[in-house]
Design a protein around this ligand. Sequence first.
Ligand code: ADP
Ligand code: MG
Length: 234
Amino acid sequence: MSTDGQAVVAAVRRVADRIESERDHLTDLDSAIGDADHGGNMARGWARAVEAVEDLDDPDPATVVKTAGKTLMSEVGGASGPLYGGSLVFASTELDEGITPESAIAFAETYLEKVTDRGDATVGDQTMVDALVPAVHTFKKSIETDELPPLEALAKAVDAAQRGVEFTVPIRASKGRASYLGWRSVGHQDPGATSTLFIMEALLAVAQESLDGDDFESVDATSPTIPDEEATGE
Ligand code: ADP
Ligand code: MG
């Protein structure tokens, strides 16, 4: 378990680095349709989350995620603090038995469920839900129906989140601060959907580097023949 736990600590670090590097970008997006605090709040929250998870003694994955979530709840203000932090804390119990493709799907679904419970947003409201819904559904379908390895499923989920972010631009905000603008929110990319994409991209990057087939059961880097056969069949 401790190897998985350290991998999750590394993932939190990677997310924090990415959010820090996108701080001004997220601030600019939130300046256009909100109050310009999303970049600063997220960067501070994730930096504190790194400190908190690095202080844990030989943690398991669920404890790392729960600790990061609690830190985000207390450090990131606004709408997104409780949405990100509370949902991570709630979903962390899905990783109690470690990280497998099945537990990763359960984690993603529970996280999404908590975000929509708390925020009451659905697809088309110009929020982080617009990135999350396609990402979570794509991840689940890619593993359960298409039987892709988890890394490929995660890569497809990131693509879906990217399209979700693009989808926020031409629509009107119906939830959160941007909804006060009414039609003037049309034409703007949602900050929370964008930070959700950055987090997922960071998770994919760290997973690609660290998963060698030992931890994430069905990642199989040693049998190139299977994908080759499938590729020629198309
Ligand atoms: P605030 O709007 O309170 O300043 P942030 O700027 O940190 O909070 O976060 C804004 C983001 O939060 C939005 O871009 C949107 O993605 C997300 N958001 C706001 N309200 C909701 C909601 N009800 N459901 C889901 N996401 C929401
Ligand atoms: Mg804001």
